[in-house]
Design a protein. Structure first.
Length: 433
């Protein structure tokens, strides 16, 4: 079953900071835009108030009781016909004076008549009295409401653009900052990869303080693992020496009827000793083991047996191939496979090696009788043997399978190309960089 993808620390940091940044910018827009809109409204109110005060200052009745305004407000907007900028003075019954922009129309005796062109007006109405008459008068100043809206938009539009640019700059800065801050994590990842590839024995001190406890804990775990594996291998060696002599004595004193039981005991001991020896690498990081020296050593050991059996032993590998693991494990693995191949080969055993990506592939082929397809998987079990007449404990392929599994590799059994019935054993292991 495919596991779901894990959330990214980078995406979490970026999304969190982006949400906070955008929220802060929206709040800033709301506050500053409100201030600008109130400022624009206050400015237009001040203009209407100034016009109303100018009208009231020039208003008066003459000796004949005629109302007039002298001087009239000098703002040209109130004199341009149809501009919707207007003022008028009424006594609640009739309009006594009006701006030139109204022409023959007016705003009504109460100053609330709709605009003749259907425009929405923003009005200011003040009560006052004029010299020469004690009547209460009403001055009304009107302006188009849309102009105030347009002025507010003209003030807030640059603000929106500035905040948008600021937001992009902040988001870009956060992206760069998060990337720079995560360099320590990437450095730790690279150090772990070097450790796994056998290029280091311990993690160096992390580049950032927050990761230092992680590095220390990993190094402590590495040291504890080293001590545990070393103790286990030492105990295995001691156990091997302790059991070797008693088993030899029992075999010398045993009757023919006891031989199967002793063989079973011997296979079990060898099995468990090999399993314990393959418990794991002695160091936390896999070593870079050159393949050719291991093949040369195995050739020195196996070639006399191959000559005795009349088998051609061909061990070849491309130059520079490396195995990421323990040299003893590689020797045990290849030794068991080549020993089995020599026992069953008719005239030839061939080992070839190649690298594919991060994997090291080892192919051991022989031209012997081979193994039926239905029996290949069962042969990997402990002590399983197809022919009891051939010497051996039945542990070779099982030990190989354990070692391959230890390194996360792959073991393949199929037909060899050397003959119509030969066996090919393919092994995939981690390659050293």
């Amino acid at each position: 079953m495919k596991l779901p993808a894990l959330p990214s620390l980078r995406s979490r940091l970026l999304s969190g900071t982006a949400v906070l940044t955008l929220s802060a910018l929206l709040l800033a827009w709301w506050l500053i835009a409100g201030i600008l809109e109130r400022f624009v409204a206050q400015r237009f109110d001040a203009e209407k108030t100034a016009i109303a005060q100018a009208v009231m200052a020039g208003a008066g009745f003459d000796a004949l009781g005629q109302f007039g305004i002298d001087p009239t407000p000098a703002d040209p907007r109130f004199e341009r016909p149809g501009s919707a900028w207007s003022w008028q003075v009424s006594d609640g019954t009739v309009v006594l004076a009006r701006s030139g922009s109204l022409l023959s129309a007016d705003l009504g005796a109460d100053g609330r008549r709709p605009d003749a062109q259907g425009r929405e007006l923003d009005r200011l109405a003040l009560d006052f009295t004029a010299p020469g008459d004690g009547r209460e008068l009403l001055v009304t100043v009107a302006m188009p409401a849309q102009e105030q809206v347009d002025a507010a938009r003209a003030a807030t539009r640059p603000l929106a653009l500035a905040l948008a640019v600021l937001g992009l700059v902040l988001l870009a800065g956060q992206w760069l900052g998060v990337g720079w801050g995560l360099r320590g994590v990437r450095a730790l990842q690279a150090d772990l990869a070097r450790l796994a590839a056998g290029q280091a024995d311990a993690l160096p001190r992390p580049a950032v303080r927050e990761l230092e406890p992680v590095g220390e804990e990993i190094n402590r775990l590495i040291e504890a693992n080293q001590r545990t594996v070393q103790r286990a291998r030492a105990h295995v060696g001691n156990l091997a020496h302790a059991l070797k002599t008693p088993l030899a004595v029992l075999r010398n004193r045993a009757t023919p009827a006891d031989a199967p039981l002793l063989d079973r005991m011997d296979r079990s001991v060898r099995w468990h000793l090999q399993r314990a020896r393959a418990a794991g690498p002695a160091t936390p990081g896999l070593r870079r083991v050159p393949l050719q020296p291991v093949l040369d050593d195995l050739a020195l050991v196996l070639r006399p047996e191959a000559l005795r059996r009349g088998v051609q032993l061909d061990l070849s590998a491309a130059p520079g191939l490396l195995f990421a693991g323990e040299p003893e494990d590689l020797t045990d693995l290849l030794g068991n496979l080549l020993d089995n191949a020599l026992q069953w080969a008719g005239s030839r055993v061939v080992l070839s090696a190649r690298r594919e990506g991060r994997d090291l592939w080892l192919d051991i082929s022989d031209d012997g009788p081979g193994i039926p397809a239905h029996a290949r998987q069962a042969l990997l079990a402990r002590g399983a043997r197809l022919d009891e007449s051939v010497p051996g404990s039945g542990l070779g392929l099982a030990i190989v399978a354990d070692l391959v599994g230890l390194y996360g590799g792959e073991l393949q059994l199929d037909d060899a190309a050397l003959s119509a019935s030969g066996l090919r054993v393919g092994v995939r292991l981690p390659a050293g960089d």
